[in-house]
Design a protein around this ligand. Structure first.
Ligand SMILES: [Fe+2]
Length: 282
């Protein structure tokens, strides 16, 4: 399957309105689509949709290059025994895509495979002065999911959706698996968990100054920081983790590694960060 990247995500929050100032503070343009809030980070109308709920991942939108690729994806999912559900014209319009198909991964996460994103050509202007976000061919960023079906899910994303393993981490005897579908080191990481859970999503700003200023805005406005500034060992992202109004974290970083498939070797890391990423002292 020709997944090109993480196109968008849907998340939930008990109080959607808390995402307005929070989204602005992250640097996103926030708008209302009549159903939920939209966070815009680039030329797409949104990369994150916030709907009413208990605080988690509602769906992950994985991007395919065209309608033929989506039809092939449906055939492959059906042949592998997964049910698929086509989005209606109205549902596609709401998502700003030309076509989408829903399915569910082995861990219970809702996926939307889509093609033909409808662009917004109004200039992206970050309300908080972030210079821009690294998206394009690398997708919107990454998501880290806890799944009760690690082995089946890894098999699903690799052998059906076409992801590749970038590396492993084995903190407690179980694998954490970092998976890529484009040059971004990982668009998805899977962690063993007793139930499906979104641990965080990551957005990548263009510069270290963007990260520093955004960190300052957190401190100035009293928004909790879950993990201090640090540098990851595998994707080399310099980032900090912010506690979102939904309860899960948002990783805000820059400088993520781009993988060259021709020279990449799969490794196992033994710590997640070279430095930093410390939990706040109580
Ligand atoms: Fe991350």
């Amino acid at each position: 399957m020709e997944i090109r990247g993480l196109g968008y995500i849907g998340i939930t929050a008990e109080d959607i309105d808390e995402w307005r100032p929070y989204g602005n503070m992250l640097g996103a343009m926030v708008s209302d689509d009549g159903v939920g809030l939209r966070l815009r980070f680039d030329e797409r109308p949104y990369r994150v949709v916030v709907g009413k709920g208990t605080g988690g991942l509602a769906f992950a939108g994985w991007e395919l290059p065209d309608s033929d690729a989506l039809e092939n994806a449906v055939a492959e999912l059906t042949a592998a025994g997964f049910t698929t559900d086509r989005g209606s014209v109205d549902e596609c319009q709401l998502r700003n895509v030309r076509g989408l198909v829903r399915t569910t991964d082995p861990g219970g996460f809702a996926l939307e495979l889509f093609h033909g994103p409808v662009l917004d050509h109004k200039l992206f202007v970050s309300p908080s002065g972030v210079s821009g976000f690294t998206t394009g061919a690398h997708g919107m960023g990454h998501i880290v999911l806890g799944t009760p079906q690690l082995e089946e899910s890894v098999d699903f994303y690799i052998n059906l959706l076409g992801f590749r393993v970038s590396d492993y981490w084995r903190p407690g005897g179980d694998d954490v698996v970092f998976l890529r579908c484009n040059r971004r080191h990982h668009s998805l990481a899977l962690v063993p968990a007793s139930e499906p859970v979104l641990y965080h999503f990551m957005v990548e700003a263009r510069t270290l100054d963007d990260v520093g200023h955004t960190l300052d805005r957190h401190i100035d406005s009293g928004i909790p920081i879950s993990m201090s500034l640090g540098k990851h060992t595998n994707d080399q992202m310099v980032s900090f983790y912010s506690r979102s109004p939904s309860g899960f974290d948002v990783e805000f970083g820059c400088g993520g590694l781009l993988v060259d498939d021709a020279t990449w070797t799969v490794t196992q890391i033994t710590k997640p960060s070279f430095w930093g990423h410390r939990s706040p002292t109580p």
